[in-house]
Design a protein around this ligand. Structure first.
Ligand SMILES: NCCC[C@H](NC(=O)CCN)C(=O)O
Length: 427
């Protein structure tokens, strides 16, 4: 074995050992977040718990609480690993918001644990070596509000990702996969303003905002047949009136509009907007169409990082899914997509010991189950090992960066020409 390969194997082993050694406190961390689910932008206890973890339970981290957003944080360590070479900055992202009514049904408590564990592992490995070709800075970013709003996008607007060379996170799922297609998304709130009246005595005096909401819902259902099979339109009526004998004067709907790539979003948005507005016209209501401040985009893939992650995962015993349907069908969306256009990174998915589906009560149970721990920590080890691969081989880091630039240029060109890469494969 050549000297570098030997050192790399030793450091990967060291990262894994550190993660195993901290297993109990990492489990406590994710349990505390799991047992107190908090919604987007309101993850105060999770924020405080993670800040305490890096400032009190762990040594050597510089912690910025309330970093850029009230419930975001940053923990940094380094540079370490030697006195030579450029500083390479690696970040692990933690999410920790939950869903209304069903708690941690997307397992973000485990995302926080993976991010913290991988950072501990990488720091320990780098600390042990003074022979690295680069100096290493390890950052943990606590990024709130993935399920609603897009905290990472807010943080990007505040330059929170500036200076990072590579970013990593991993998301709980039903299977291990270095990449699953995440779709672009723009959320919209539609408000209809009508006029109240007694619904039996003088209904002709009213302007029915619920009729507008129902027409809007039906318009969109009809539109669904005329859109591409992998586009998605789904929504709820948030306010539908207050009493059967009052003609509803106000209704509100919330819709998510999704397409596989960011370039297709304007098309679905303008079609949906015609549905919103025509419902208002038919009923005589006023309408307000409010698109969310942040739009989520698809993930820009990085083949080198994906391949390294897959190799490390396999070495740790992961069996990656080969199910073509899972690998090609779009799933949800993530604000990591926006990050992937700013910094090279990966967002693999990991099995948590259950076949339960995300956004169900069963998944909440699985995300809090002790069984998820083995898989969560194994994922953290694979991320730390992937980081070590690029840190020990400057040629690989360069390849990661070149691929990123090339893929971004290609996507930007397609966007400019009004086209989309429907394969979404920058591999
Ligand atoms: N409006 C943002 C919704 C994001 C949400 N993300 C996921 O489910 C992926 C993992 N949390 C979505 O509905 O796609």
């Amino acid at each position: 074995m050549c000297e570098r390969a030997g050192l790399l194997a030793e450091l990967k082993h060291g990262a894994g050992c550190r993660i195993d050694e901290a297993a109990e406190k990492l489990h406590r961390l994710s349990q505390d977040i799991w047992s107190c689910p908090e919604l987007a932008y309101d993850e105060r206890k999770a924020h405080d718990r993670l800040v305490a973890f890096f400032s009190q339970e762990e040594e050597g981290w510089k912690v910025d609480s309330h970093f850029k957003l009230d419930t975001a944080f940053r923990a940094t360590w380094g540079p370490g690993g030697g006195d030579e070479g450029d500083v390479v900055s690696v970040a692990f992202l933690c999410e920790y918001d939950a869903l209304p009514g069903i708690g941690h049904a997307c397992g973000h408590n485990l995302i926080a644990e993976v991010g913290a564990a991988a950072a501990l592992g990488l720091k320990a490995a780098v600390e042990k070596s003074s022979k690295l070709p680069v100096r290493v800075q390890v950052t943990v970013l606590g990024t709130p509000a993935e399920e609603d709003g897009g905290g990472k996008i807010d943080m990007m607007k505040e330059d929170a990702f500036k200076g990072l060379d590579v970013v990593f996170m991993a998301h709980p799922s039903q299977e291990d996969a270095p990449y699953l297609p995440c779709v672009a998304e723009h959320d919209v709130t539609v408000k209809y303003h009508g006029k109240a009246s007694h619904a039996s005595a003088y209904p002709w005096e009213g302007i029915n905002a619920l009729d507008a909401a129902v027409l809007c819902y039906n318009n969109l259902s009809v539109l669904r047949q005329q859109i591409k099979p992998d586009w998605r339109i789904h929504g709820i009526i948030k306010h539908g009136g207050v009493k059967p004998n009052i003609i509803p004067a106000y209704t509100e709907l919330e819709y998510y509009l999704r397409t596989p790539s960011r370039g297709e979003l304007p098309v679905i948005k303008s079609k949906a907007e015609m549905c919103f507005r025509s419902a208002a016209m038919a009923t005589g209501c006023e309408v307000e169409v409010e698109f969310a401040k942040n739009m989520f985009v698809n993930i820009l893939r990085n083949a080198t990082l994906e391949e390294l992650y897959e190799k490390n995962g396999k070495d740790l015993g992961m069996e990656f899914t080969t199910d073509e349907e899972v690998l090609t069908n779009g799933s949800g969306s993530t604000d990591f997509g926006n990050v992937s256009f700013a910094v090279p990174g990966i967002h693999p998915y990991f099995y948590i010991g259950s076949d339960a589906l995300n956004h169900t009560e069963e998944y909440t149970v699985a995300a809090g189950d002790e069984k998820a721990q083995f898989y969560t920590l194994r994922t953290a080890k694979a991320l730390a090992m992937t980081a070590l691969d690029v840190l020990l081989r400057p040629d690989l880091l360069q390849r990661v960066k070149d691929e990123f630039t090339e893929a971004k240029l290609k996507e930007d060109r397609l966007l400019k020409d009004g086209q989309t890469d429907r394969t979404s494969k920058n591999k």
